[in-house]
Write a protein that binds this ligand. Structure first.
Ligand code: SF4
Length: 130
């Protein structure tokens, strides 16, 4: 076969004797749409993961600063903050959101367990150095 004949064969379009199957065309369209959605979800997951990592980093930094401030604060008595009095509903919310030992009741007053909520110290406005 000559080189010219080979090129002609490659350039000849394939034709079908029957019309394309409408269901297959519909399935191909659906598959394309699913692939598009998967690709868009992938980029949203990457953005979400970056936000989560930022929040984790901030949490670690705030925790470290909080530990340092609370450990040098006059209001820290054996790991309990005596500077804040918590209302019962806030105490219950903190227990529910964080853990049961995030708050302690002393003489009918709800107090923060700063050894459980060290990040509080980083933003606390009533810090008093020992
Ligand atoms: S810094 Fe604030 S939260 Fe920490 S012990 Fe002092 S008063 Fe309490």
């Amino acid at each position: 076969m000559s080189e010219q004949t080979q090129v002609q064969i490659l350039q000849t379009a394939i034709t079908a004797e029957v019309p394309p199957n409408a269901e297959l065309i519909e399935i191909k369209k659906m598959v394309s749409e699913i692939i598009e959605k998967i690709n868009s979800i992938g980029s949203e997951v990457v953005a979400f993961t970056q936000h989560v990592n930022t929040i984790k980093t901030l949490s670690i930094i705030l925790g470290s600063i909080g530990i340092w401030r609370c450990s040098s604060c006059k209001m820290n008595v054996n790991g309990v903050c005596t500077g804040w009095r918590l209302p019962e509903d806030l105490s219950n919310s903190l227990k529910h959101l964080l853990s049961d030992d995030a708050v302690i009741q002393q003489e009918n007053i709800y107090r923060l367990r700063i050894d459980r909520l060290s990040f509080i110290g980083a933003i606390c406005p009533i810090y008093i150095q020992r």
